[in-house]
Design a protein around this ligand. Structure first.
Ligand SMILES: Nc1ncnc2c1ncn2[C@@H]1O[C@H](COP(=O)(O)OP(=O)(O)OP(=O)(O)O)[C@@H](O)[C@H]1O
Ligand SMILES: N[C@@H](Cc1ccc(O)cc1)C(=O)O
Length: 505
C-alpha cells in the first residue's frame, strides 16, 4: 500500500482517467495571475471594525495532510448510501482511485452547526475513511456577504463579535467531531494513518487583503454574467419582489474563487456541499477551468436532509437540531433520533451512520419480522449518531438520562442529567429556604405546574405526580434537603409530559 505526504501542496493531484493532466500541466497554468497576500491592502470590503479582529485561532491549524492510497471507491460508497445528488464530472469516479483533498464550507452564521450540516461532516469523514484528506472551510468572509442559495430574503448582516463567536463555536464542533472520528472511526486495518488529518481554514484569511480592483481584474473578468444569472439562487431571487443586491449576487464568485484558491494553494480538487450549493460549486469549477485552464476540479453534492413537512433541516427553522452540546443536550439529541418514525429510520441509518450496509439491510429485514422489538433500529441510529457527534461520553450521558427518566427507574438523577433534559422546560427560581419544608402541593402551584392546589391534590391522589422522577404517594409530602438534587434543582412532573424545573437561586 502506497502512502505519501504532500510536501508542497500548491498543485492539486490531477491524476484522473484522462492521465494527461500531469503535474506539468498544472505548473504551466497561468499561476502568475495571483498575487501574494502580503502585497496590498488598498481596499478591503470585509475589513472588520476593530483591527484586533482575529477571525479564527484555528486558522493556524494546517497540519501536514498525509494521504493514503484509497482503499475503497468513495463515490460508490456514497452512492450506495444515498449521499450523492450530483457530480460535476463522472471522471471523479476514476480520479478518486488516487488520494484527493476535498473541502466543504460552512458559513459561521450561527454559533453551532445543525443536523443539516452534519451531512457535510459525514461525507468528509467518508472521504477520510477511504484514504483522502478533508478540509473544512469556515466562511469568515462569505458569511459577511450571505449566501442567497435557498433563501427568499437577504440575510441580516452579522456584526463582527457575532461572527467571531460563531466562528469559534463551529470550528470547535468540527474539530471535536472530525478529530474524534479520526481517532476512532478509521478502520483498524493497519492501512490508515492517524495523520490523515482534518485541516480547518478560514476564507477571511485570503479575502481580507483582496482589493476590489484585484477582484475585478483577477476574478470578475472571467465570470460571465449570463451564467451567473442562470444560477438557481439568482433566478429565484430575481423573480421575488425584493430582488437581489449586487453584494449577494457576487456570493457565487467568492465561493468560486475559494475553490480556485484552495485548488491552487492547498491541492484541493473536490468541493462537496448540499444540493443547494450546486451553483456555487460549479462557479468554482468554471473559474478554475477558465482562469487556470486546467481540468481536474470536481464538485459533488448530497441531497438535502428534509423534515417530514418537506422543509430542510436548518438553523433558521424552529427547533433546530444543534450539534453543539451547549445548544442541545446529548440526551435531547439522542431522543430526537430515538423518535424517528419507522418509515425514515433505515434511510437515516444509511446516510447518518457508518454501519455496514449489510448490517443495515439485516436490521431492515428484522423490522418486517414478527417478534421485532420496537425501536431497535431507532436505538441503533440514536447510539451511532450521538457517538459520532458527542463521543462516548456524550452517549453515556444521554443513555444515563434516558434510563434515569424511565418511569420507575432506580437510577438516581443528578444535577447535570436534570439540566440536560430540562432544556426548553418551564422553570422557576426559588430561594433554598423558601423551598425547604414547603408542601409539595404548594410548590407545584407556585412553580406553575398546577393552576390550583385542588388540581395538584387530585393528581397526587391518582399517583400522577413525580418528584425527581419518583412517584409521590403522600398528599402531605414536604420538600426535604435530600429532594433538592445536588442542592441545586428539583424536577416536578404531572404525568409523563408536563414538567417544571425548580432551580435554587
Ligand atoms: N438540511 C440540509 N441537508 C443537507 N445539507 C445541508 C442542510 N442544511 C445545510 N446543509 C449544508 O451545510 C453546508 C453549510 O450550510 P450553512 O450552514 O451555510 O447554511 P444553512 O444551514 O443552510 O443556513 P440556513 O439554515 O440559514 O439556511 C452546505 O453545504 C449546505 O448545503
Ligand atoms: N455557501 C456555503 C458555505 C461555503 C462558504 C465558502 C465556501 O468556499 C464554500 C462553502 C453555505 O452557505 O452553505
Amino acid at each position: 500500500m502506497r502512502a505519501y505526504t504532500e510536501q508542497t501542496p500548491d498543485i492539486p493531484n490531477l491524476k484522473g482517467d484522462r492521465g494527461t493532466h500531469s503535474r506539468m500541466a498544472s505548473i504551466s497554468a497561468p499561476r502568475t495571475l495571483f498575487f501574494t497576500h502580503s502585497a496590498k491592502l488598498f481596499f478591503s470590503p470585509f475589513k472588520p471594525s476593530h483591527s484586533s479582529f482575529s477571525p479564527l485561532p484555528l486558522h493556524l491549524t494546517r497540519p501536514n495532510c498525509t494521504l493514503q492510497q484509497p482503499r475503497r471507491n468513495i463515490i460508490q460508497i456514497l452512492e450506495e448510501r444515498g449521499l450523492v445528488e450530483s457530480i460535476t464530472n463522472d471522471t471523479l469516479r476514476t480520479a478518486s482511485s488516487a488520494p484527493l483533498k476535498v473541502y466543504c464550507g460552512f458559513d459561521p452564521t450561527a454559533e453551532s452547526l445543525h443536523l443539516g450540516n452534519l451531512l457535510g461532516l459525514i461525507v468528509l469523514s467518508w472521504f477520510r475513511r477511504c484514504g483522502h484528506c478533508a478540509v473544512a472551510l469556515i466562511g469568515g468572509a462569505t458569511a459577511r456577504v450571505g449566501d442567497p442559495s435557498g433563501k427568499s430574503l437577504e440575510r441580516p448582516e452579522l456584526d463582527t463579535d457575532s461572527l467571531e463567536k460563531n466562528t469559534l463555536g463551529i470550528s470547535q464542533t468540527i474539530t471535536t467531531i472530525l478529530g474524534r472520528a479520526q481517532n476512532s472511526n478509521l478502520p483498524n486495518d493497519g492501512s490508515s494513518s492517524s495523520s490523515s488529518s482534518v485541516v480547518i481554514l478560514n476564507n477571511y484569511d485570503w479575502w481580507k487583503e483582496f482589493t476590489l480592483l484585484d477582484f475585478l481584474k483577477r476574478v470578475g473578468k472571467y465570470a460571465r454574467v449570463g451564467s451567473m444569472m442562470a444560477k438557481e439562487s439568482v433566478r429565484k431571487r430575481l423573480e421575488s419582489e425584493q430582488g437581489m443586491s449586487y453584494t449577494e449576487f457576487t456570493y457565487q464568485l467568492l465561493q468560486g474563487y475559494d475553490f480556485l484558491h484552495l485548488f491552487q494553494n492547498e491541492g484541493v480538487s473536490v468541493q462537496i456541499g448540499g444540493s443547494d450549493q450546486w451553483g456555487n460549486i460549479t462557479a468554482g469549477t468554471e473559474l478554475i477551468r477558465k482562469i487556470l485552464q486546467v481540468e481536474g476540479a470536481y464538485g459533488l453534492t448530497f441531497p438535502l436532509l428534509l423534515k417530514s413537512d418537506g422543509t430542510k433541516f436548518g438553523k433558521s427553522e424552529d427547533g433546530a437540531i444543534w450539534l453543539s452540546p451547549s445548544f442541545l443536550s446529548p440526551y435531547k439529541f439522542y431522543q430526537y433520533f430515538f423518535s424517528v418514525p419507522d418509515a425514515d429510520v433505515i434511510k437515516f441509518l444509511k446516510i447518518l451512520t457508518f454501519l455496514d450496509m449489510e448490517d443495515i439491510a439485516a436490521l431492515e429485514g428484522e423490522m418486517m419480522k414478527p417478534g421485532y422489538v420496537p425501536n431497535t433500529a431507532q436505538r441503533k441510529l440514536a447510539e451511532e449518531v450521538t457517538r459520532f457527534v458527542h463521543g462516548e461520553e456524550g452517549l453515556a450521558e444521554a443513555l444515563k438520562a434516558t434510563e434515569a427518566l424511565r418511569p420507575g427507574s432506580e437510577t438516581k438523577l443528578d444535577w447535570k442529567t436534570i439540566e440536560g433534559v430540562a432544556e426548553g422546560l418551564p422553570s422557576c427560581s426559588l430561594a433554598y429556604d423558601e423551598v425547604l419544608n414547603l408542601s409539595l402541593v404548594d410548590l407545584s402551584v407556585s412553580s406553575g405546574l398546577f393552576e390550583s392546589k385542588s388540581a395538584a391534590r387530585r393528581l397526587l391522589k391518582q399517583g400522577g405526580v413525580y418528584l425527581n422522577n419518583n412517584r409521590v404517594d403522600s398528599e402531605n409530602k414536604r420538600i426535604e434537603a435530600a429532594d433538592i438534587v445536588d442542592g441545586k434543582v428539583l424536577l416536578l412532573s404531572a404525568g409523563k409530559k408536563n414538567k417544571v424545573l425548580v432551580r435554587i437561586a
